[in-house]
Design a protein around this ligand. Structure first.
Ligand SMILES: Nc1ncnc2c1ncn2[C@@H]1O[C@H](COP(=O)(O)OP(=O)(O)OP(=O)(O)O)[C@@H](O)[C@H]1O
Length: 294
């Protein structure tokens, strides 16, 4: 495991910003952190970075204690903070050169990433828009040859096209062997980019979901025109079936669709609708009243 936390907690006086959070992240995984404002995402990232001392529990990266061995931990990672600051008087290319030298990283790789993000490197940082600065900061963060990349809301301020590019770059970094941990408010990009998602609520880890499992889940709705025949034993385990008083039926499927559709084809149904459940349903189970970006 590259990251391991054990009952990791952080209190500010009476407020539990993070409570007894335990999880592992294997190498080569993209892990998303989801939760509304104040759920504890940044606190968790700062504990992993060793910027905060845990009130109790421990966080380890590559076996190193994140707080006590933070210098060694920092050699293993690149971090993009939510409020990344760059030198305003440098232009894009000088910025990439500065950080490549600092991290003993490849400038060529920086330039390639900047090209992918369609950055104009001749502009000074102070003349860049917020989105352009964010892209430059991302190119800086994805350049070093380190096993772990931590991104705090990497796509804030970016338009949807650039968001897609960022998700692609994150996946490419994973394919090169990096482990990526990122927090986001945008459900669709978490679903597109991540292998696994941690859902935080008021400082507690309330769910861990594998995106492939979420993708396999479907909701099927239909109107009954007669009685249903019994559900075949092979399907009982993987579906949840509800009938309402006005002749509607809802089936939640957690497995392969084909055998279920085979059974449904022989049922007296009309107006059949099938939709993927997606991460939104998982998120709303824990945060029913919270708005989040699609
Ligand atoms: N230095 C601090 N002193 C006191 N309380 C703090 C401090 N830092 C964070 N908190 C509180 O801890 C809780 C978790 O905050 P955190 O910043 O980790 O949430 P978040 O999930 O990152 O939110 P956001 O999406 O808004 O960035 C919040 O209630 C916040 O007000």
């Amino acid at each position: 495991m590259l990251i391991q936390t054990d009952l990791l907690s952080k209190r500010y006086g009476q407020l539990a910003a993070l409570s007894e959070c335990s999880f592992d992240v294997p190498r080569g995984e993209i892990l998303g952190l989801l939760g509304p404002n104040g759920a504890g995402k940044t606190t968790l990232l700062r504990l992993l970075l060793g910027y905060l001392q845990p009130s109790s529990g421990v966080a380890r990266i590559d076996g190193l204690d994140c707080y006590r061995q933070s210098v060694a931990v920092h050699r293993q990672l690149a971090y993009l903070p939510g409020d990344a600051r760059l030198f305003r008087q440098l232009n894009g290319r000088q910025t990439l050169q500065f950080f490549a030298r600092l991290r003993r990283a490849s400038l060529e790789r920086s330039l390639r990433l900047a090209d992918r993000l369609q950055l104009d490197l001749t502009r000074r940082v102070r003349q860049m828009s917020t989105g352009m600065r964010q892209k430059l900061a991302l190119a800086v963060t994805l350049t070093p040859d380190v096993p772990l990349v931590i991104l705090d809301e990497p796509t804030a301020n970016l338009d949807p096209t650039v968001r897609r590019d960022v998700v692609e770059l994150i996946r490419e970094a994973r394919d090169e062997g990096k482990t990526i941990l990122f927090s986001s408010h945008v459900l669709s990009e978490v679903e597109d980019a991540c292998d696994r998602v941690l859902v935080l609520k008021a400082g507690r880890l309330v769910d861990t979901v594998r995106v492939v499992d979420v993708r396999r889940q479907h909701r099927i709705q239909a109107a009954l025109t007669g009685p249903l025949s019994p559900v075949p034993p092979a399907l009982v385990e993987q579906i949840e079936l509800r009938q309402d008083a006005v002749g509607g039926v809802t089936v939640i499927s957690r497995g392969e669709l084909a055998p279920l559709l085979g059974w449904l084809a022989n049922q007296p149904l009309a107006k059949l609708q099938i939709e993927p459940i997606g991460l939104r349903s998982v998120y709303e189970r824990h945060h029913p009243a919270t708005s989040i970006d699609e």
